[in-house]
Design a protein. Sequence first.
Length: 438
Amino acid sequence: MDIEGYARRGLLRNDRGLKEKLADRILEIKKISRKHAEEIAGAVIVEAKATLNPRDEILKPVNSGVTMGDFGVGSRGMGDFYTHEKIAEVIGKTSAIVDSSHLDDSGVVRAGGQYLVVTIDGMHSRLSDFPFLAGFHVARAALRDVYVMGARPVAMLSDIHVADDGDVGKIFDHIAGITTVSELTGIPLITGSTLRIGGDMVIGERMTGGVGAVGIADTLTARIQARPGDVILMTEGAGGGTVSTTALYYGMHEIVDETINLKFIDACEALFDAGLIGKIHAMTDVTNGGVRGDAKEIARTAHVKLVFEEEKMRALVNEKVLSMLDGLEIDYLGVSLDALLIIAPPGHADDILGRIRDRNVAIDIIGKVEEGEGAELMINGEKHDFTPRFRESAYTPIKKLVGEKTPQNFDVMREAVDKAAAQAVEKKRRVIERLKAK
């Protein structure tokens, strides 16, 4: 619970009973005396008052009036993708080979004659109570994002934040999950940060954090390189953090074990060992909004049209995972399957298929790249629209309640987001000018 945010909202509405109410909230979580709770509440209110109306431009936040939840940020759908496009605008033009404007899995710069590939992945927010699982899946995700850029990972780093009442053991459990992947792949976890969420101002046991990875490449397999005439291949997928979350919160815990594997990494290593990376145009992992989301991003970035065969993709989803998703009426094409998507010239397809199958990883050709734009899904020979929904497939009870439909006021919210992004760019420009003038 964010007690600073609670105090700030109370101050804005002139709540005269704020101190007592805040003390009540604190006592719901902390086993302390009423007197101590009121002392904490009083101190929090003093600090919240001090920062309520900042005057300096640097201290004044840019506000859009649109919340993260309403706009679907982090929900791997239209609102989320749009926000990331705006993030790239705020960052502006960079000297990077691949930056945020490419909507790729990692960023790339040149260093010492090679490509230096860097990525960061946040742990799944619903795995806070399962630190080992969270660590395992976020570490694997970070390595995936480096591999799909055509790079071999060389190191990992972690960032862990546990709220004030969280058990210290969560840190160790989380690190154990990360280093399970590390030890099995030989890619060391070399540095990181460990902090409390919000310091003294967030109480409870919530944990969050992320894992970053760094890799080196001689050639790149960025999404922008997809070309008409290429074929699309996909490896088997059993999901990761998202599928685990579905299984956990629907009481189907046995399915979690299906996600504990390194098949994605095995497939990538097979490509490296066979010297096939240079033959591949683009790679990505099926995560953000599922195949639907990846298809949109690739088509937009490379200015091509992607055509997928539904029957071929369905056959590559882990049987137990697919049965769970179908039974819960969750669109498997709109969730993270953690499969490897490869786009390559048809002449190299057989070699790619053979090398990966030799590593006991299933793979098949699931589509093709054509001239045009957008994506299509072929089902029994008929074309179907394949655009992502406003949010990824609703994969937990609360997500089903929130829904996947685009809000009626989405265009209004988008205009407000545009304005906020423009304000942030202008604020950055003014501060840069101020610093240059010193």
